[in-house]
Structure formats: C-alpha cells, structure tokens
Write a protein that binds this ligand. Sequence first.
Ligand code: DGJ
Length: 694
Amino acid sequence: MSVEFDVDHRLWLLRTPESAYAFRLDEADQPRHVHWGPPLTLEQAAQIPSRRNPVDSSFDEPGDDRPELATEGGAFFGVAGLSVRFADGTQAVEWAYAGHDTGHDAGDGLVVRLKDRHFGLVAELHYVLRGDVVERHVVLRNTGTEPISLLRTDSAAWTLPCRDAYRVSHTTGAWSAEAGLLRETLPVGETTLTSRRGVSSHQAQPWVMLDDGTATETRGEVWSTALAWSGSWRITVERSHTGRVTWTGGFGHEGVQWSLDPGETWETPVFAGLYAAGGFGGASRRWHSYVRTFVQPHHEELRPVAYNSWEATGWDVDEPGQLKLAAIAGEVGAELFVVDDGWFGARTGDTAGLGDWTVNRERFPEGLGPLVTEVHRLGMGFGLWVEPEMVNPDSDLYRAHPDWVLHMPHRERTTLRNQLVLDFGRPEVADWAYKWLHRLVAEHGIDYLKWDMNRAFTEAGPGPVWVDHVRAVYGVLDRLRADHPALRIQACAGGGGRTDLGILARTDEIWASDNTDAADRVKIQHGFSQVLPAGAMAAWVTDSPNPLTGREAPLEFRFHVAMAGVLGLGGDLTKWTDDELRRTAELVALYKEIRPVVQHGEAYRLADPAVSPLTAVQFVLGDDVVVLFARRPHDHGRPIVTPVLQGLDPDAVYHDVGTGTTHHGAVLTTHGLLIDLAGTSAASVLVRLRREPR
Ligand code: DGJ
C-alpha cells in the first residue's frame, strides 16, 4: 500500500494490493477524480486524459471530471456534497490548494488541505488505506471570525469510469424484514438513498454497490462504499446526461444544518470505498475482512452462543422464570444468558417504566444478584437488555425531566411504541446514561449488554441533534468499553435498525432482525452479508411455529440457518421436548466445532434466495470447509439447481468429515455436492469438508 504524488501533474495515486485510486488538482485547485479501479502506476495514471463533455455549451460544465468533494459555486450543476453559507450569504466555495501530508502525519494515508480563497474555511480531505478499502472523511475548520452555516457536509464523492450502463445494489426493508437486497438499473438523474429517522434504519442501509450490469456473484467489477454512521444519512448517486456516474454521501439529511463557529472544527464520519474485481461475492469477502480487521473491536475472539429470553417470556420476566430458562440453556450448551426487556422499573409492558433503570423488586426480590450468581455458576456469562436512549412518558424519569426528550414548543410530542427519544445531544442526558450504565455493569458483574433503540426520531428540528445524539451514543459506548474491558455489547434497534460500520466499531455484534423465522431469515442474512461478516450477525433458533409468522420449520433447518451467523437460542426451552433439547445440545456442540470457520472464515454465498429456494452459504478457513444448505418450501416438481462450491483448490481432495466420502475439488467447484433433500418443505443439510494433505 502506498501513496505517491506526481508533482508535475499535481496527481496523487493511492495503491492498495488489488486496486488503485487517483485524483489530481485542476488549474483552479479543485481536486478532481481520475481513477478508481485496477492497479495502475503513477506514470499510467498521469496519462489518463481529462474527460470532455460531448457538447461544448454555455449550459453545461466545461469538463466532465468530477470533484473529489463537490462544492457549490462556478459552473457546477451536480450534487454538492459540501454546501456552506458564509455570514454574508455567499453560498459558494473557491478552493486554493494549501498542501498535503502523507505517511504518519496523515494517519498512514493522505491528507489534502484546501482553503477558501476569501473566507476563513479550511477543508482537509482524508484518505486512509486499509487493505483494499480506502477510508475517506473530511475535516472542516472555521479560521475566520464569523460563523459558517453547514448545509451539507458529506464525507466523500466517488466516481466511476465511463461504461454504457450501471446498476446499483442496495437494501430495502422494514422492521422484521430488513436487508432485502435490490439490484436495479441506475437511471439517468439523481437517486438518493437516505434515512431521516435518526438511525441508520431498517428501510435502507448506508451502503451502495455499483457495477456495469454484468457483474455476477463470482465475476466482474464492483465498486462499493459504506458509511460508518448510525444516524440519519444520505447517499446521492448521480448518473449524468454525459454518462458519468458519481455519488456523494455523508451524515444528516436535507434541511438539517449546523453552525461552525470561529475556531471550531467539524469532522465527518468515514465513508469507506472498495473496488473489487471478483464479483459481488469477492467484494463482500473483502468487506468482511476489512470489518474483522479494522472495524470490530475484538475481531480475534469467537462470539459465544447466547440464550435470550425475549421470545420465550416477552415482558413477563422474573427470577424463578429466568432461573428455569437459565438451567436449561446451560444444559444445552449456551455460554451467555441474556435477560431481555422487563426487568426494571414498572416495565411490565411497553407503556411504562422505560427510563427507570432500577431492578423491579416484585420480579427480582433480592435484586439481580441471585440470578447473576446462578448464571455464572452454570458457567455462562450474564447479559442484560437496556434501551438507554428512550423513555416512556409514564416513568419517574420523564416526570422528573420532561425537557430531556426531543420536543418542540407548541407541538405534540409524538410517541412511537409509547416512548419518546431522550436528547443525548444534551450533555447532562448522555452523562446520566453513562453513569447508570457504568453502575449497573460494575455492581452486577455484567458481561454483556444488549443495547436496544426502538423508535425513529421526531420533533428533532433541523439542528445539530441529528449528529450530536449519535456522537453522544458513541461516546457513552466508548467510555463504557474503556471502563469495562471485558464487557461485550450487542447493537440492536428493534432488530437491524442500526446495521452499519459506525455502530460495529463500538459493539461486538448486531441483532439483524426481530424476525427469527428461518425461511425469512435466509433473505435477511443474504442482505446483511453483502457488507458485514457472519461473526457480526447474531441469529437465534426460536420456537416452531414461529411466534411472528406462524410458520413451522424443522429444528435442524432453524439451526442450520442460524449457524450461518453467531448462533443463539431464543425459544421457550421450557416447552421443548426432551428429544428437541437433546438434539439442541448436539447442534450447539456442533456449532462450537465449526464456529471458527463460520465466524473467522471466508464466506461464499452459493445461491441467491431471490432466485432459488435452495440456498447455501459456504465458509472456508484454512483446510476446513463448512457448507450450510437450506431449502425453503418450494413448488412440487420444479427443478432446483444444486449450487457449486466456491473458493476451493481444484487440485485438492476434500473428505466429508461426516460421511468419510472424498471429493475432488475440481468436481465440487464444477458440479457441486449431491445432497439429499427429499420433499418440498423446509429442509437443510450441514456438510463439513476438510482438505486432505497432498
Ligand atoms: C426490540 C428487540 O429487537 C427485541 O429483540 C427485544 O429486545 C425488544 N425490543 C424488547 O423490547
């Protein structure tokens, strides 16, 4: 990895193992994109010609090279990722180049400094290389004497080489239906993906992948970017009339603005970009490796098998019930026991008590101590559900501090799930949250928190809270983790409402969805895996029929689907038969054996659930291979394509650990495995292979 500078062409080249990224300063000192794609030398990059518009006209921009961070001003008619208004009303920027740093001073990357020719505004464009990922963000500084209004402050713009067409891949969804993968032709015009909800959202996740319409799971060029931010965000992809494709993205959404006072700096979150030539699967594996190595705080660890009581008990949580569940969970091999919502205050449903973080003594007469002690005695870690950012109006906290919530004078306080959002942008609120969380963890020896967040923002106005709230949540998480190095945290926002790189940098896993129906989960996990690795995705096996969907599924099927992530248990184990519990213990034990391969291995998606009822996810770590086949119910008599395996050595021989049969790598990667899945209802198979020594 290197950063090179060609003084004559005023061109920078960033080289990663499998890609190159280049941009240069034009005559007006505007940094303009040159190349993002396969490796190039500095000499080659310098040869790339400037792009001209097909027609020279006074109605268009003079050239077609896109800015690295577009600003308003001059003949620019695209989407300005940086929009500022100076005190005199000027809403245009004119940059002058002010130098650059590389190496250690630039955080092992490159920082290009620009300053406005007249006003006191300095911008630093940061580029950091992490494997094949280029992390970008912007730092703005007000060096003047008057405030500057920040109307849009994106982290980066990304530009693609010209092709005949482009396709955009992204996710859409809803609560309990997250991460639905869409792959659509990119129209000419502007396509905005966004969340105005204060969380990264169930409806769209803050990443995009683009390809020229020919990439497949295994082949073709894919350009992808992901924003490390857990609040509102916006990515605008623009396909111009000239065929140029560029996109800009960052935190906040339209109408939200901030004031940058003299002497203040403003730092945007990282918007990370990856070019990969090995299709969508290749792009995902590089993202997974980046996330494991550079994002997740404890990537070297294996995530434990958790038992969580939510689907078993709902809010009916008490000591005898939890002790009963803990005993069974321990017997079947759970390593972590998590008490969900309902253990505190008057929280016996969703209408009261949220915000009152003292143990409910009717439910736990001696406090949490006896349960924690017993869970630890059973050899499990103890985990607890919290929702620090929220309050029920019917709570002591709200009665004491009605001004602590997001609200507007003369407007209703909109409740969703009977709750209001605490304004973490107020330092006293974030401090209150940190203090009770710190005390709770310290007093009870808590090993794990499930940090939940169950509603979108309303009455937040156009001001700084959209950013300040998220930064304060990050601050509380960072402080807690620093004070309690052994504490592990699950990020949850009504399931996968906060699935992003920002939250994953401060937590250990994400609860991908409240939908635990394995048949639906196959699709949710497919979408989740586009950017995030299996070791970051918590997945429970729950009851059949599934409490949400009412659908039945065999125990093995539920396990095999959940085993493609961080396996957990979430059913009412007191109602499971002895046979089911015995089989559960076997499957949990099996998961522990394959867990390093699943959580730390390379993942291959062998089939697309939107196309085939038979899907399979394959994991490879060294000589070990795990393939999890899951066939959802399908039409009788319709043929199903058996997927071929990927990422294997065609010259090697693999033996099936379960049956002892041997297979040639070349056959597995051209014809697949013959698997026996009779019938039309949900069925699954787990295959373990090991490469034989030559
Ligand atoms: C939403 C979460 O996603 C669920 O798992 C559960 O923790 C509930 N909140 C509790 O209120």
